[in-house]
Ligand binder design. Structure first.
Ligand code: DGL
Length: 270
């Protein structure tokens, strides 16, 4: 039995495209509908109540389009809205935090001493405590250092990646982590992989954990189980929805997310 319906995926803006890229490469026959809530980005400065409400509205929009599952490609929405989304949606809902934690534990597991993991994310993700909680569930000995990097999302949404100011902001923001002897640093915001090169150069010797591959592993476990796979040979269908300024989304996506072409972007009201 197959299910030709698409999988819904959302973020506050372009950041979740880093996850979509990994999913489309891993599951070439599945259809995806991506929604970027560009009218209300950033989520990472907002309260839990607001992020939860936005997330449920976005999910409803995707459910009306008949999605068979939902990927929350936003750490902030995963940290603050996942429980509400799971209670609300009649389809399976996957977040990005647990897969990211599993990937980080994969890096530290071989060590004899307790692993030291840094987590960078939005203010709301960091203050939710979701990462330290899930990391401790997987390895109670793990030491976690969390740091909010509130300037990174606006840089990516503005398409500032190669600009000299980016290196300065990244270095300044990550300074509190320099002396921490980290084994791994979780990019706990789906916008951050766009800045991966500068972050890697700023934190030499630290393994960067981008949860997109781990999210693809998770979706692989759901597909064929609680979510039925697309019929074999189905040609890939990608749809893009935004809540504001479609052209800007298209341009940023085209310049910075190599594996995803957002040719046609539809504006929606939530
Ligand atoms: N990319 C999102 C995240 O993973 C949201 C960033 C934001 O909207 O502040 O947290």
């Amino acid at each position: 039995m197959f299910d030709a319906r698409p999988i819904g995926i959302f973020d506050s803006g372009v950041g979740g495209l880093t996850v979509l890229e990994a999913l489309t490469q891993r599951f070439p026959h599945e259809g995806f509908i991506y929604l970027g809530d560009t009218a209300r980005v950033p989520y990472g400065t907002k309260s839990a109540r607001t992020v939860e409400r936005y997330s449920v509205q976005v999910a409803d929009c995707l459910l009306r389009r008949g999605v068979k599952g939902l990927v929350v490609a936003c750490n902030t929405a995963s940290a603050l809205g996942l429980a509400a989304l799971r209670a609300h949606c009649p389809v399976p809902v996957l977040g990005v935090i647990e897969p990211g934690c599993r990937a980080a534990i994969g890096v530290t597991a071989a060590r004899e001493e307790p692993g030291r993991v840094g987590v960078i994310g939005t203010r709301s993700t960091v203050s939710s405590g979701a990462y330290p909680y899930h990391l401790a569930m997987l390895d109670p000995r793990i030491q976690v250092l969390s740091l909010a990097c509130p300037l990174f999302v606006p840089l990516v949404e503005e398409g500032w990646v190669d600009h000299p100011a980016v290196r300065m902001i990244v270095e300044e923001s990550l300074t509190p982590l320099f002396a921490q002897r980290l084994d791994a640093l979780i990019l706990g915001c789906t916008h951050y992989p766009v800045l991966k090169k500068v972050i890697a150069e700023t934190m030499p010797g630290v393994a960067l954990v981008d949860s997109s591959a781990a999210v693809a592993d998770d979706l692989g476990r759901y597909l064929g189980g609680v979510i039925r796979t697309a019929p074999p040979g189905q040609t890939r269908r990608l749809e893009f929805l935004v809540t504001d300024v479609a052209d800007r989304f298209k341009e940023t996506a085209r310049r910075f997310i190599a594996g995803v072409e957002a040719e046609w972007v539809e504006m929606v009201d939530l």
